[in-house]
Design a protein around this ligand. Sequence first.
Ligand SMILES: *Cc1c(COP(=O)(O)O)cnc(C)c1O
Length: 232
Amino acid sequence: MSSILTDRYENVKSRIINACRSCGRNPDEITLVAVSKTKPDSDILELLNHGHLHFGENRAKALEDRMESIDNPEAVWHFIGNLQTNKIKYMVHRVNWIESIHKKKALKEVEKRASEINRVVNVLVQVNISDEDQKSGCDPEQLESILAYGHDLKHTRILGLMGMATFTDHPEKVRPEFRLLRELKEKHQHMNGGGVDLKHLSMGMTNDLEVAIEEGSTMVRVGTAIFGERNY
Ligand SMILES: *Cc1c(COP(=O)(O)O)cnc(C)c1O
C-alpha cells in the first residue's frame, strides 16, 4: 500500500540509486538513516512495516523515548546529535550507533557503560568540517589522538567519521567539506587496528545527499525528504 510517507521514502531511495549510478558506486554500500526527530511514532512504524530499519534521533531524550516506545528488536538506532557525556548512560543499553563522538571523554564513558552490560556499541567520530558551527565535532587535528584512544576499547568500535556540511541550498558549495572528511578518513586509515576500523563516512542530508555520495558517503541521514518539513 502506498502513502505520502512511503512515496517520499521510495523517492529518497531512488535519489540514492541515481547518485550511485552517476559515479559508479553500488547502492548497497549506502545506509539510509531516516531521521525521525519530532515526527510521530506512527511514521516510524509505517516505515518499519515497509522494510526500513535504520532510524536516527538528534536528542538523547527523544532517542530514549523512541527506543522504548517502538520496542522493535529489528530496528537499528543511531544517535546523531550533540552528545553530552552524561546522557550516554540513557542510551547505551539499546543504541546501535553513536555518530557524534567528538572527544575521548565520551569514548571513555561509552566504554564504561557498554562494558557494564557487555554490549558493543558502534561509534563514529564527528569532525567539524564546516566553519560555521564550532561546536559540532572535533577539529581535524584532534582526530589522531581520539582514534589512538579507541585502539584499546573492547566495547566501543570506532567505524568511521561523521560530518555536517554548512547549511546551504547550493550543494555544490559543500563538496569541498565532504571531500575533506573523505581525505581525513584516508589519511587516518593507518590508525586501523584494535577498536578502530575506519570504513564509514556519515555525510549527506536532504539537500546534499547526491554530492555526499559522489564524495564517498556510506551513510546518509535524511529527515525532511522522508518525513516532510519539521516545525522548528
Ligand atoms: C536533522 C538532521 C539531519 C537530517 O536533516 P534533513 O535536512 O531534514 O534531511 C541529519 N543529520 C543531523 C545531525 C540532523 O540533526
